[in-house]
Design a protein around this ligand. Structure first.
Ligand code: NI
Length: 167
């Protein structure tokens, strides 16, 4: 397994729309393992392949405190329902910033698991929000896109400054 570098906003590669995985093979298994290790090490509760510069439809999530319940979704498709809720979100690609974002309360996901088997899952709460957030990454979308232009510009300027300092 390997820790992969995580792209940070405003890196234009984060705007790439990911392609469907054609075959869940050894290459995808390795990607899933590396993504899980990268997510746990960060630490974070979710990671999309887009964030590690792989533009295929793979996301990993673990919202448990104990970090022992990983979810893997390959080629996920979502059905959203329920009320619209506002919660504070952060993102490993937008480090250090947390802002309120509105999401649907419930989600049903149809996807393939890490072995390539189809499954579906209904989620609510943090898992539902995290699934919606990670699937946005596969469309090239970030949580900062839901904020005002002014807020987004402010976050962008701060991150660019930090990225220059650490370069
Ligand atoms: Ni994110």
């Amino acid at each position: 397994m390997a820790i992969l570098p995580i792209l940070e906003f405003p890196d234009p590669r984060l705007r790439t729309r990911a392609k469907p995985v054609q075959k869940v093979d050894g290459r995808i298994s390795k990607l899933v393992d590396d993504m899980l290790e990268t997510m746990y090490e960060a630490p974070g509760i979710g990671l999309a392949a887009t964030q590690v510069n792989v533009h295929e439809r793979v996301i990993v999530i673990d919202v448990t405190e104990s970090k022992d319940a990983p979810h893997v979704f390959i080629n996920p498709s979502l059905s959203l329902s329920g009320n619209i809720l506002e919660t504070e979100e952060g993102c490993l690609s937008v480090p250090g910033f947390y802002e309120p974002v509105t999401r649907h309360e419930f989600v049903r996901v149809d996807a393939l698991d890490a072995s390539g088997n189809a499954f579906s899952l209904e989620a609510e709460g943090l898992l539902s929000i995290c699934i919606q957030h990670e699937c946005d990454h596969l469309e090239g979308k970030l949580f900062v896109d839901y904020l005002s232009g002014l807020k987004r510009t402010r976050i962008k300027k701060k991150l660019v400054k930090l990225q220059k300092q650490s370069a």
